[in-house]
Design a protein around this ligand. Structure first.
Ligand code: ZN
Length: 614
């Protein structure tokens, strides 16, 4: 596509060689020096804590902004050596800064009994109470500095090395016959070609089986290391640690999981209905697809075929006699995308609409595809300048509009929180996708109202496909990981064990929504299981999806008055637990009922999809 705008970063820093940027780096170095000079070991403890905060109020946002800027320029020109060198330089400065933060958190912990006195003496830092309490709670799970240092050194050749090995194995797997890389085979799951979907799934699982000993060794050793470290650090379980970093209670997790479990019959109904639809339109080669048999694993992400007679078994030919133009065949210009998103955001609140308009007008978006630029899309916030930028690879497809709406949703979140103190503006993974998913939901729900029938069933299906992955597949991953931690306590696990646990997890979540063509090697596919720091990197996704659906249903009930409640809620996401945040906005997320209000929106979509698919 021509005439697509690139972003303008001038107001952040004009260039990595500009005086604005080099001065900022110089400032950052000086601040690290100042932090080093603060005597945290002797002298007046409370005074030294206050001295540290005074400098760190400037250092923390600067560290974040320099890193964000350095990554942003690199991401649009990844072969530029200067950009890469600059990124590495900033990262090593940040490591130095983080070492200071670690010493500081020890000091805070040693002084925890005199915090009341600290707040009395320095009332200006009372606003950091939530942050300080979190550091103290985290500190209880830290080993001595020497032990932590040894653990992190050994982890380089332990857990982290297993993680890297898994990544290297996966990215180098190649099918001999087609010469396709593993990730290309996986992408075929989205192909309209039914035969291709099945053969690629067969090739994918065969490649994983060939390498199962290595994959199982990676996972077994990594989870073994994690289990030992969690014990040493006095965590009761991996879930407890994951909940702590998600700022959420076990009771809330139980309510969330319970609500998803209760909705499983609805999701299975959707999967069976999709299987039947594919079968009816000759768009599957699975022999056991259909209403009483669930869908084949490799058909779950299949695009729906057009339902007129010309649609072929392998093609997805556009309908010849549609009256309204289809959203899916239309090629969108960037200007059309802009107007559309502004209009949709406006339908929720003028503040959000004005924000989107400003982002477009000020060239905050990097849209074209060009050599050296990273794929996908992301949003980056710059705390010092109180601005954001969005990177996307715009092709004019309908999905690009949704992506843009999603990323600008993140930017809007930052716009609501940017005036809080930096320490109170950093939010956990559970709340990170709230604003983006909410923005997506506004657009999707609005389009459904006016779409032609052909588009409507496809739109519903796309939304259900995504949500099914975020709820049902995520639930299977949660079950799998929980059982791995349970069994790993009693000894080593091999490939057969992991396959068995994955089969059980899929049966408990998908049940008869899937037919017997499944994927017992999913444990070897998902990289999240192989992260040393992030166990259970699954339920936060379900949290985000259903939380924003719950917010959306409240907006439908309350109308435009809800917009200001919403902005206030986003502004608080960095300074409260999930429970307190939601309670302030009038939700009790420790109850199943709250999560059901989010699920209900999708159950209605399932009802409608099943009706249209008949
Ligand atoms: Zn996102």
């Amino acid at each position: 596509m021509s005439n697509l705008p690139k972003w303008n970063l001038d107001s952040i820093y004009p260039d990595i060689n500009s005086s604005a940027f080099t001065d900022a780096v110089k400032n950052f170095k000086e601040q690290i020096e100042q932090l080093l000079k603060i005597n945290l070991n002797d002298g007046d403890a409370l005074q030294s804590i206050a001295d540290f905060f005074k400098v760190d109020e400037k250092t923390a946002p600067l560290a974040n902004t320099l890193a964000a800027y350095s990554y942003s320029v690199y991401s649009t020109d990844t072969t530029n050596k200067d950009y890469l060198d600059n990124l590495n330089k900033i990262e090593s400065l940040i490591t130095e800064y983080e070492n200071q933060l670690n010493t500081f958190s020890k000091k805070l912990s040693d002084s925890s009994s005199c915090l009341e006195e600290f707040y009395k003496k320095f009332p200006q830092y009372k606003k950091y109470e939530f942050y300080i309490n979190e550091i103290l709670a985290d500190h209880k799970h830290r080993l001595s500095p020497a032990e932590e240092k040894l653990a992190s050194t050994l982890q380089q050749t332990g857990g982290k090395a297993w993680d890297r090995l898994h990544e290297q194995l996966i990215s180098n797997l190649r099918d001999e016959q087609t010469q396709k890389l593993f990730n290309e085979l996986r992408n075929d799951a989205y192909s309209p070609d039914a035969e291709l979907r099945k053969t690629s799934w067969q090739k994918e699982t065969a490649l994983l089986k060939q390498n199962e000993i290595a994959f199982a060794a990676c996972l077994n050793n990594l989870k073994g290391e994690t289990t030992s470290l969690l014990n040493e650090r006095k965590w009761n379980s991996a879930i407890d640690r994951a909940l702590f970093s998600s700022r959420m209670k076990k009771k809330t997790l139980d309510a969330l999981i319970g609500a998803i479990e209760e909705s499983l019959p609805d999701w299975r109904r959707y999967l069976k209905s999709k299987a039947e639809y594919l079968k009816k339109h000759n768009a599957t080669v699975s022999t056991s697809c259909g209403i009483n048999n669930g869908i084949a694993f490799y058909d779950m992400y299949a695009p729906l075929p057009d339902c007129d007679a010309t649609a072929s078994k392998t093609g997805n030919a556009p309908s010849k006699n549609t009256s309204a133009p289809s959203l899916f065949t239309k090629s969108w210009t960037f200007d059309e995308a802009r107007d559309y998103i502004i209009k949709e955001y406006n339908s929720f609140s003028p503040r959000m609409g004005d924000f989107a308009r400003m982002a477009f007008e000020k060239n905050w978006i990097d849209a074209p595809i060009y050599p050296g630029k990273v794929g996908g899309a992301y949003c980056q916030d710059f705390y010092v300048q109180k601005e954001s930028r969005v990177l996307t690879n715009f092709t004019g497809a309908f999905s690009d509009i949704i992506t843009l709406a999603h990323e600008l949703g993140h930017a809007f979140h930052f716009n609501c929180i940017k005036d809080r103190d930096y320490k109170n503006a950093v939010y956990p993974m559970t709340l990170a996708e709230t604003a983006s998913t909410f923005a997506e939901t506004i657009v999707k729900q609005d389009i459904l109202k006016t779409a032609c029938e052909q588009d409507k069933i496809k739109l519903l299906e796309l939304d259900l496909q995504d949500t099914c992955a975020v709820l049902v597949d995520i639930l299977s991953r949660f079950y799998f990981e929980r059982s791995v931690f349970e069994e790993r306590k009693n000894g080593g696990l091999g490939s057969e064990d992991f396959c068995r646990l994955m089969r059980d997890a899929q049966q408990k979540s998908y049940g008869d929504g899937l037919n017997d063509e499944r994927h017992e090697y999913m444990w070897a596919v998902k990289s999240h299981y192989y992260s040393v720091d992030l166990d259970f990197y699954n339920f936060p996704y379900a949290f985000g999806q259903l939380f924003s659906a719950g917010l959306y249903s409240r907006f439908k009930k309350e109308g435009s008055a809800f917009a200001s409640v919403y902005c206030d809620l986003l502004a608080d996401t960095g300074s409260m637990t999930c429970e307190d945040l939601c309670l302030k906005a009038g939700f009790d997320i420790t109850t199943k009922e709250f999560w059901k209000t989010g699920i209900d929106m999708y159950v209605k979509e399932i009802d409608e999809f099943c009706k249209l698919a008949k």
